[in-house]
Write a protein that binds this ligand. Structure first.
Ligand SMILES: Nc1ncnc2c1ncn2[C@@H]1O[C@H](COP(=O)(O)OP(=O)(O)OP(=O)(O)O)[C@@H](O)[C@H]1O
Ligand SMILES: [Mg+2]
Length: 456
């Protein structure tokens, strides 16, 4: 599609009107494609995105407004003009407040139509969402945003993706650090090689050592661990919660990064590796540095490129977009049609404080979605979900840790501290089971002596 001959998608269930408007647009030099319903329009947009969509508001099945909302999720910059009959003007005004480019009241004259179309084209500056664009943006397709600050960040991320530079991503919990790390990996030349994640805060020192750098088999040929660096060879290693890494291992990590070689636990010869490191932290690493809990030399090594994810309250414009995104994900996952939320509820979400950022927003929407029996989620359900989230919900990580510990305590009580039996019941091998015990600070001896169990 060329700039001089932009493509317009026209959607109306009235075929006579489709023909009439097409003729006018074609004679003005535009290419026109038509769809008699919104569902077809969506398919056409997926195959070859147009430069502008003009749609009727009232149509059987999905209406013009729902079509706009679906389009906005997939192509936030695609302008949409809505055609309305006289009586639906208030709806159309509300629609422009939600981001529709403009509306035309039927019957309209050709001049008015062409002026509106030209203005919309100027706004999108003739930049067409070509199929190429879609491909080129595939790496970031999971990151839903319309925030200029995020766009800036994504531009930097894309530039950095192409290099081998170490990247440090920081941001509050739930802001999408891991999502961004995966996107960078997808955009990089290493995308056909492994992406390995290690959570540096979840393992005790010696286990983290082996998980990162590997462990040589013991003299019986057992307990060898490959290590994340070797598993990620040629690809990308994502070091999550890097701020929690113990100081003693920081030295070893620094050496591995400098020399591109790792020394497995128990080995005497180092192994060459080719690994790109992306790390993430919810802590302010500068503060951790000042408290002498993080090595400065390692910090500089890890943060050749440093990317800061803004918190959700600094990009509130993303909230409606994210809400629609989560709703459409949930609707298709559970085959239950919930298309939107009450406008008042949307206002509430946009104004909320979001300490858990996007992860928390996703939880609120999921809860309201689950309880909703209507296709538009009522305000009370959002109110309830927001209250519960802010009042009593622990973070997912805390909830998972609490569950893990309770489960292990019950299992060990049941088996009297017998690891062989307990690990079979948990369907974990013994090494993994010992790791779980260590991570939860559980002392086996206590379970073998029933009188001491109450102390746990
Ligand atoms: N821009 C976004 N668009 C869509 N989904 C997002 C976006 N940002 C985050 N999410 C979703 O929110 C959840 C949290 O994201 P992620 O795990 O990447 O955050 P995080 O910063 O690593 O969180 P934590 O600090 O808790 O580990 C995930 O389910 C992710 O898919
Ligand atoms: Mg994370």
């Amino acid at each position: 599609m060329s700039r001089t001959n932009p493509n317009i998608l026209l959607v109306d269930d009235d075929t006579d009107l489709l023909k009439l408007i097409s003729m006018r647009l074609v004679s003005a030099g535009y290419q026109v494609r038509t769809a008699e319903n919104a569902e077809n329009a969506l398919s056409i947009t997926e195959i070859a995105p147009p430069a502008l969509v003009i749609t009727d508001l009232k149509m059987p099945g999905m209406d013009g407004m729902q079509l706009f909302e679906m389009l906005q999720q997939r192509h936030p910059t695609l302008p949409v003009i809505i055609l309305t009959a006289h009586g639906t003007i208030p709806d159309a005004v509300a629609a422009t407040a939600r981001g529709v480019y403009g509306f035309l009241t039927k019957p309209f004259d050709s001049q008015e139509l062409l002026e509106k179309v030209e203005a919309a084209m100027r706004l999108s500056s003739g930049v067409v969402l070509s199929a190429d664009d879609g491909e080129g943006n595939k790496w970031r397709q999971d990151i839903i945003t319309c925030s200029p600050e995020m766009e800036d960040l994504l531009r930097q991320a894309h530039l950095a993706a192409d290099t081998n530079a170490s990247i440090l991503i920081d941001g509050e919990p739930g802001t999408g650090k891991e999502l961004l790390a995966r996107a960078i990996y997808r955009a990089s030349r290493r995308s056909d090689k492994p992406f390995i994640t290690i959570n540096c805060g979840a393992l005790p020192n010696d286990l983290l050592d082996a998980e990162l750098f590997g462990r040589k088999a013991d003299k019986h040929g057992n307990n060898a661990v490959q290590g994340a660096f070797q598993a990620a060879n040629g690809g990308t290693l994502f070091l999550d919660e890097i701020g929690d890494m113990p100081l003693s291992l920081q030295v070893k990590l620094l050496r591995a990064l400098q020399e591109q070689k790792v020394m497995p636990v128990g080995a005497s010869v180092s192994v060459p590796v080719d690994v790109r490191v992306i790390s993430a932290t919810y802590r302010n690493l500068k503060e951790v540095l000042d408290a002498n809990k993080f090595r400065e030399d390692l910090f500089y090594r890890l943060s050749v490129v440093s990317l800061h994810l803004p918190k959700l309250t600094d990009r509130r414009e993303d909230i409606p977009l994210l809400v629609r995104h989560f709703l459409s994900q949930l609707s298709s996952e559970y085959d239950k049609k919930v298309s939107s939320i009450a406008p008042e509820a949307m206002d509430m979400l946009t104004a909320a404080s979001w300490p858990g950022n996007i992860r928390q927003l996703a939880c609120v929407i999921e809860q309201a979605f689950t309880l909703s029996t209507a296709s538009v989620i009522p305000t009370v359900l959002i109110q309830k979900a927001l209250r519960e989230e802010t009042d009593s919900m622990p973070t997912f990580t805390d909830a998972r840790r609490a569950f893990e510990r309770d489960y292990l305590v019950r299992l060990l009580k049941m088996t009297g501290g017998n690891v062989a039996r307990a690990s079979i019941k948990a369907n974990r091998n013994r090494t993994e089971f010992y790791k779980l015990l260590q991570r939860n600070n559980l002392n086996l001896a206590l379970f073998k002596n029933p009188r001491r169990i109450n102390k746990i």
